[in-house]
Design a protein around this ligand. Structure first.
Ligand code: SAM
Length: 291
Protein backbone atom coordinates (compact mmCIF):
# COMPACT_ATOMS: atom_id res chain seq x y z
CA UNK A 1 0.00 0.00 0.00
CA UNK A 2 1.08 3.60 -0.57
CA UNK A 3 2.87 5.70 2.11
CA UNK A 4 1.18 8.78 3.72
CA UNK A 5 2.82 11.26 1.33
CA UNK A 6 1.50 9.38 -1.68
CA UNK A 7 -2.13 9.21 -0.60
CA UNK A 8 -4.69 11.32 -2.45
CA UNK A 9 -5.63 14.57 -0.71
CA UNK A 10 -9.39 14.03 -1.04
CA UNK A 11 -10.33 17.70 -0.48
CA UNK A 12 -7.95 18.72 -3.25
CA UNK A 13 -9.20 15.99 -5.62
CA UNK A 14 -12.84 16.86 -4.95
CA UNK A 15 -12.18 20.55 -5.58
CA UNK A 16 -10.41 19.66 -8.84
CA UNK A 17 -13.37 17.55 -9.91
CA UNK A 18 -15.85 20.34 -9.10
CA UNK A 19 -13.74 22.85 -11.05
CA UNK A 20 -13.41 20.57 -14.09
CA UNK A 21 -17.13 20.14 -14.67
CA UNK A 22 -17.54 22.52 -17.62
CA UNK A 23 -14.41 21.31 -19.45
CA UNK A 24 -14.51 17.58 -18.64
CA UNK A 25 -16.36 16.27 -21.72
CA UNK A 26 -14.20 18.17 -24.20
CA UNK A 27 -10.91 16.91 -22.71
CA UNK A 28 -11.88 13.37 -21.61
CA UNK A 29 -10.32 11.53 -24.60
CA UNK A 30 -8.66 8.87 -22.46
CA UNK A 31 -11.70 8.53 -20.16
CA UNK A 32 -13.96 7.98 -23.21
CA UNK A 33 -11.66 5.30 -24.70
CA UNK A 34 -11.49 3.42 -21.39
CA UNK A 35 -15.23 3.72 -20.73
CA UNK A 36 -16.01 2.42 -24.24
CA UNK A 37 -13.71 -0.60 -23.71
CA UNK A 38 -15.32 -1.33 -20.36
CA UNK A 39 -18.84 -0.99 -21.78
CA UNK A 40 -17.85 -3.25 -24.69
CA UNK A 41 -16.83 -5.99 -22.25
CA UNK A 42 -20.54 -6.24 -21.36
CA UNK A 43 -21.08 -7.85 -24.79
CA UNK A 44 -19.64 -11.07 -23.33
CA UNK A 45 -20.87 -10.83 -19.72
CA UNK A 46 -24.51 -11.79 -19.79
CA UNK A 47 -26.55 -10.04 -17.12
CA UNK A 48 -30.09 -8.66 -16.87
CA UNK A 49 -29.82 -6.19 -14.00
CA UNK A 50 -32.93 -4.73 -12.37
CA UNK A 51 -31.06 -1.86 -10.77
CA UNK A 52 -27.63 -0.42 -11.61
CA UNK A 53 -25.21 1.77 -9.65
CA UNK A 54 -22.50 3.79 -11.36
CA UNK A 55 -19.76 4.96 -8.98
CA UNK A 56 -17.96 8.14 -10.13
CA UNK A 57 -20.57 9.00 -12.75
CA UNK A 58 -19.16 12.49 -13.51
CA UNK A 59 -21.03 14.03 -16.48
CA UNK A 60 -23.14 10.93 -17.16
CA UNK A 61 -21.48 9.51 -20.29
CA UNK A 62 -21.37 5.90 -19.04
CA UNK A 63 -24.79 6.07 -17.38
CA UNK A 64 -26.27 7.17 -20.70
CA UNK A 65 -24.65 4.19 -22.48
CA UNK A 66 -25.80 1.82 -19.72
CA UNK A 67 -29.37 3.13 -20.06
CA UNK A 68 -29.34 2.28 -23.73
CA UNK A 69 -27.95 -1.20 -23.04
CA UNK A 70 -30.36 -1.95 -20.17
CA UNK A 71 -33.41 0.23 -20.93
CA UNK A 72 -35.59 -1.31 -18.19
CA UNK A 73 -33.14 -0.87 -15.31
CA UNK A 74 -33.12 2.32 -13.23
CA UNK A 75 -29.59 3.71 -12.79
CA UNK A 76 -28.19 5.43 -9.72
CA UNK A 77 -25.45 7.92 -10.64
CA UNK A 78 -23.16 8.34 -7.62
CA UNK A 79 -20.39 10.92 -7.35
CA UNK A 80 -18.85 12.88 -4.49
CA UNK A 81 -18.78 16.00 -6.67
CA UNK A 82 -22.05 17.97 -6.42
CA UNK A 83 -20.99 19.97 -9.49
CA UNK A 84 -20.58 16.82 -11.61
CA UNK A 85 -23.95 15.42 -10.50
CA UNK A 86 -25.67 18.76 -11.19
CA UNK A 87 -24.14 18.87 -14.66
CA UNK A 88 -25.17 15.27 -15.43
CA UNK A 89 -28.71 15.98 -14.25
CA UNK A 90 -29.01 19.04 -16.52
CA UNK A 91 -27.46 17.23 -19.48
CA UNK A 92 -29.56 14.09 -19.15
CA UNK A 93 -32.82 15.83 -18.26
CA UNK A 94 -34.49 14.73 -21.48
CA UNK A 95 -33.47 11.16 -20.84
CA UNK A 96 -36.13 8.49 -21.07
CA UNK A 97 -34.50 6.26 -18.45
CA UNK A 98 -35.31 6.45 -14.75
CA UNK A 99 -32.06 7.80 -13.35
CA UNK A 100 -31.38 8.94 -9.77
CA UNK A 101 -28.52 11.14 -8.54
CA UNK A 102 -26.74 10.22 -5.33
CA UNK A 103 -24.09 12.36 -3.63
CA UNK A 104 -21.65 10.18 -1.70
CA UNK A 105 -18.29 8.52 -1.46
CA UNK A 106 -17.25 5.17 -2.95
CA UNK A 107 -15.76 4.33 0.46
CA UNK A 108 -19.09 4.78 2.27
CA UNK A 109 -22.00 4.13 -0.07
CA UNK A 110 -25.28 5.68 1.14
CA UNK A 111 -27.24 2.62 0.00
CA UNK A 112 -28.97 -0.34 1.62
CA UNK A 113 -27.42 -3.81 1.88
CA UNK A 114 -28.09 -6.14 -1.05
CA UNK A 115 -29.96 -3.50 -3.06
CA UNK A 116 -28.01 -3.40 -6.38
CA UNK A 117 -27.59 -5.98 -9.17
CA UNK A 118 -24.74 -4.38 -11.06
CA UNK A 119 -22.07 -1.83 -10.07
CA UNK A 120 -20.20 -0.11 -12.90
CA UNK A 121 -17.27 2.25 -12.31
CA UNK A 122 -14.80 3.66 -14.82
CA UNK A 123 -11.58 5.42 -13.79
CA UNK A 124 -12.72 6.32 -10.28
CA UNK A 125 -11.25 3.77 -7.83
CA UNK A 126 -7.67 5.04 -8.24
CA UNK A 127 -8.91 8.24 -6.54
CA UNK A 128 -9.77 6.24 -3.41
CA UNK A 129 -7.17 5.80 -0.66
CA UNK A 130 -8.86 2.79 0.92
CA UNK A 131 -9.55 0.21 -1.76
CA UNK A 132 -10.47 -2.38 0.90
CA UNK A 133 -13.27 -0.08 2.11
CA UNK A 134 -14.46 0.49 -1.48
CA UNK A 135 -14.68 -3.23 -2.26
CA UNK A 136 -16.27 -4.04 1.12
CA UNK A 137 -18.95 -1.42 0.39
CA UNK A 138 -19.51 -2.74 -3.14
CA UNK A 139 -19.92 -6.26 -1.78
CA UNK A 140 -22.32 -5.02 0.92
CA UNK A 141 -24.70 -3.21 -1.47
CA UNK A 142 -24.64 -5.89 -4.18
CA UNK A 143 -27.30 -8.59 -4.22
CA UNK A 144 -26.04 -12.22 -4.25
CA UNK A 145 -24.69 -13.01 -7.73
CA UNK A 146 -24.38 -9.26 -8.36
CA UNK A 147 -21.56 -8.00 -10.57
CA UNK A 148 -18.88 -5.36 -9.96
CA UNK A 149 -17.22 -4.19 -13.22
CA UNK A 150 -14.64 -1.42 -13.16
CA UNK A 151 -11.56 0.16 -14.68
CA UNK A 152 -8.70 1.82 -12.86
CA UNK A 153 -5.15 3.03 -13.53
CA UNK A 154 -1.91 1.14 -12.83
CA UNK A 155 1.59 2.30 -11.79
CA UNK A 156 2.98 2.86 -15.29
CA UNK A 157 0.43 5.62 -15.88
CA UNK A 158 2.05 8.96 -16.79
CA UNK A 159 5.53 7.46 -16.38
CA UNK A 160 7.02 9.95 -18.85
CA UNK A 161 5.66 12.90 -16.84
CA UNK A 162 6.88 11.33 -13.56
CA UNK A 163 10.35 10.76 -15.05
CA UNK A 164 10.48 14.28 -16.48
CA UNK A 165 9.65 15.83 -13.08
CA UNK A 166 12.20 13.62 -11.34
CA UNK A 167 14.89 15.50 -13.30
CA UNK A 168 13.77 18.64 -11.41
CA UNK A 169 13.25 17.52 -7.79
CA UNK A 170 12.18 14.57 -5.67
CA UNK A 171 8.66 15.85 -4.76
CA UNK A 172 5.75 13.76 -6.02
CA UNK A 173 4.31 15.64 -9.04
CA UNK A 174 2.16 12.81 -10.39
CA UNK A 175 -0.45 10.67 -8.60
CA UNK A 176 0.59 7.11 -7.68
CA UNK A 177 -1.46 4.14 -8.89
CA UNK A 178 -1.96 0.66 -7.44
CA UNK A 179 -0.66 -2.42 -9.24
CA UNK A 180 -3.20 -4.76 -10.88
CA UNK A 181 -2.11 -7.67 -8.65
CA UNK A 182 -2.76 -5.64 -5.50
CA UNK A 183 -6.18 -4.69 -6.86
CA UNK A 184 -6.90 -8.41 -7.44
CA UNK A 185 -5.75 -9.27 -3.91
CA UNK A 186 -8.06 -6.60 -2.50
CA UNK A 187 -11.02 -8.06 -4.45
CA UNK A 188 -10.29 -11.48 -2.95
CA UNK A 189 -9.88 -10.02 0.56
CA UNK A 190 -13.30 -8.38 0.24
CA UNK A 191 -14.85 -11.74 -0.69
CA UNK A 192 -15.51 -11.34 -4.43
CA UNK A 193 -15.78 -14.60 -6.36
CA UNK A 194 -14.09 -15.40 -9.70
CA UNK A 195 -12.28 -12.07 -10.11
CA UNK A 196 -10.80 -11.44 -13.54
CA UNK A 197 -8.33 -8.64 -14.23
CA UNK A 198 -6.83 -7.46 -17.48
CA UNK A 199 -4.25 -4.85 -18.22
CA UNK A 200 -3.82 -2.68 -21.29
CA UNK A 201 -1.57 0.23 -22.19
CA UNK A 202 -2.99 3.23 -23.99
CA UNK A 203 -0.57 5.84 -25.35
CA UNK A 204 -1.97 9.29 -26.01
CA UNK A 205 0.28 11.35 -28.29
CA UNK A 206 0.71 15.06 -27.71
CA UNK A 207 2.32 17.87 -29.67
CA UNK A 208 3.25 19.72 -26.51
CA UNK A 209 3.60 18.99 -22.79
CA UNK A 210 1.26 21.91 -21.92
CA UNK A 211 -1.58 20.18 -23.78
CA UNK A 212 -1.15 17.06 -21.65
CA UNK A 213 -1.09 19.20 -18.49
CA UNK A 214 -4.19 21.06 -19.69
CA UNK A 215 -6.10 17.79 -20.34
CA UNK A 216 -5.21 16.55 -16.85
CA UNK A 217 -6.36 19.81 -15.25
CA UNK A 218 -9.55 20.13 -17.29
CA UNK A 219 -10.66 16.60 -16.43
CA UNK A 220 -9.85 17.12 -12.73
CA UNK A 221 -7.02 14.56 -13.02
CA UNK A 222 -3.98 16.65 -12.10
CA UNK A 223 -1.70 15.92 -9.14
CA UNK A 224 -3.65 15.59 -5.87
CA UNK A 225 -1.01 13.75 -3.83
CA UNK A 226 -0.83 14.74 -0.14
CA UNK A 227 2.96 15.16 -0.24
CA UNK A 228 2.99 17.40 -3.33
CA UNK A 229 4.80 20.74 -3.19
CA UNK A 230 2.47 23.26 -1.59
CA UNK A 231 3.87 26.22 -3.56
CA UNK A 232 3.82 26.38 -7.34
CA UNK A 233 6.80 25.14 -9.33
CA UNK A 234 8.90 27.95 -10.77
CA UNK A 235 8.99 28.66 -14.50
CA UNK A 236 12.56 27.38 -14.46
CA UNK A 237 11.48 24.06 -12.91
CA UNK A 238 8.70 23.73 -15.46
CA UNK A 239 11.11 24.49 -18.33
CA UNK A 240 13.50 21.81 -17.01
CA UNK A 241 10.67 19.26 -16.81
CA UNK A 242 9.59 20.10 -20.40
CA UNK A 243 13.17 19.76 -21.62
CA UNK A 244 13.43 16.25 -20.16
CA UNK A 245 9.99 15.29 -21.51
CA UNK A 246 11.08 16.48 -24.97
CA UNK A 247 13.83 13.82 -24.91
CA UNK A 248 11.02 11.19 -24.99
CA UNK A 249 9.62 12.53 -28.30
CA UNK A 250 8.98 9.71 -30.83
CA UNK A 251 7.99 10.37 -34.48
CA UNK A 252 7.47 14.04 -33.66
CA UNK A 253 4.97 13.22 -30.85
CA UNK A 254 5.24 13.25 -27.08
CA UNK A 255 3.83 9.97 -25.68
CA UNK A 256 1.78 9.85 -22.47
CA UNK A 257 1.33 6.27 -21.25
CA UNK A 258 -1.77 5.16 -19.37
CA UNK A 259 -1.77 1.66 -17.84
CA UNK A 260 -5.41 0.69 -17.65
CA UNK A 261 -6.72 -2.10 -15.41
CA UNK A 262 -10.09 -3.64 -16.32
CA UNK A 263 -11.63 -5.92 -13.71
CA UNK A 264 -14.75 -7.69 -12.60
CA UNK A 265 -15.89 -9.94 -9.77
CA UNK A 266 -19.13 -11.45 -8.47
CA UNK A 267 -20.81 -11.36 -5.10
CA UNK A 268 -21.08 -15.00 -4.01
CA UNK A 269 -24.44 -16.69 -3.41
CA UNK A 270 -26.08 -15.92 -0.09
CA UNK A 271 -24.34 -17.71 2.79
CA UNK A 272 -21.32 -18.74 0.74
CA UNK A 273 -18.04 -16.86 0.72
CA UNK A 274 -15.38 -16.96 -1.94
CA UNK A 275 -12.87 -19.70 -1.07
CA UNK A 276 -9.79 -18.48 0.79
CA UNK A 277 -7.71 -20.20 -1.81
CA UNK A 278 -9.30 -18.37 -4.77
CA UNK A 279 -6.91 -16.95 -7.26
CA UNK A 280 -7.16 -14.01 -9.59
CA UNK A 281 -7.06 -14.65 -13.34
CA UNK A 282 -5.02 -11.98 -15.10
CA UNK A 283 -4.07 -11.52 -18.73
CA UNK A 284 -3.38 -8.69 -21.18
CA UNK A 285 -6.50 -6.90 -22.44
CA UNK A 286 -5.54 -7.46 -26.10
CA UNK A 287 -5.69 -11.22 -25.52
CA UNK A 288 -9.21 -10.99 -24.14
CA UNK A 289 -10.32 -9.06 -27.22
CA UNK A 290 -8.85 -11.77 -29.47
CA UNK A 291 -10.85 -14.56 -27.79
C1 SAM B 1 -12.09 10.49 -14.07
S1 SAM B 1 -13.75 10.77 -13.59
C2 SAM B 1 -14.51 9.37 -14.44
C3 SAM B 1 -15.92 9.68 -14.73
C4 SAM B 1 -16.74 8.72 -15.58
N1 SAM B 1 -16.79 7.40 -14.98
C5 SAM B 1 -16.23 8.68 -17.01
O1 SAM B 1 -15.79 7.60 -17.42
O2 SAM B 1 -16.28 9.68 -17.69
C6 SAM B 1 -13.81 10.26 -11.89
C7 SAM B 1 -15.10 10.69 -11.20
O3 SAM B 1 -15.12 10.05 -9.94
C8 SAM B 1 -15.49 10.96 -8.93
N2 SAM B 1 -14.85 10.45 -7.69
C9 SAM B 1 -13.53 10.37 -7.41
N3 SAM B 1 -13.33 9.81 -6.21
C10 SAM B 1 -14.56 9.51 -5.72
C11 SAM B 1 -15.02 8.91 -4.51
N4 SAM B 1 -14.16 8.49 -3.57
N5 SAM B 1 -16.34 8.76 -4.34
C12 SAM B 1 -17.23 9.17 -5.29
N6 SAM B 1 -16.85 9.76 -6.45
C13 SAM B 1 -15.54 9.92 -6.67
C14 SAM B 1 -14.98 12.31 -9.42
O4 SAM B 1 -15.72 13.39 -8.88
C15 SAM B 1 -15.18 12.19 -10.94
O5 SAM B 1 -16.44 12.67 -11.32
Amino acid sequence: MLGENYLINVRHALRASNLAVATYDEHATLQRAVADNLLESLDVIKITPQIILEIGAATGYCANALAQRYPRAPILLLDYSPAMLGYARRKLRRWRSRERYVGGSAEKLPLANASIDFIFSSLTFHWCNDLDAVFAECLRVLKPNGLLLFSSLGPDTLRELRDAWSSVDSSPHVNMFIDMHDVGDALIRAGFASPILECDKITVNYERVDTLMRDLRRTGSANSISGRKKNFSTRRDFAQMVKTYESFRVDSKLPATFEVVYAHGWKPERGSRAQDGSTVATFPFAELKRR
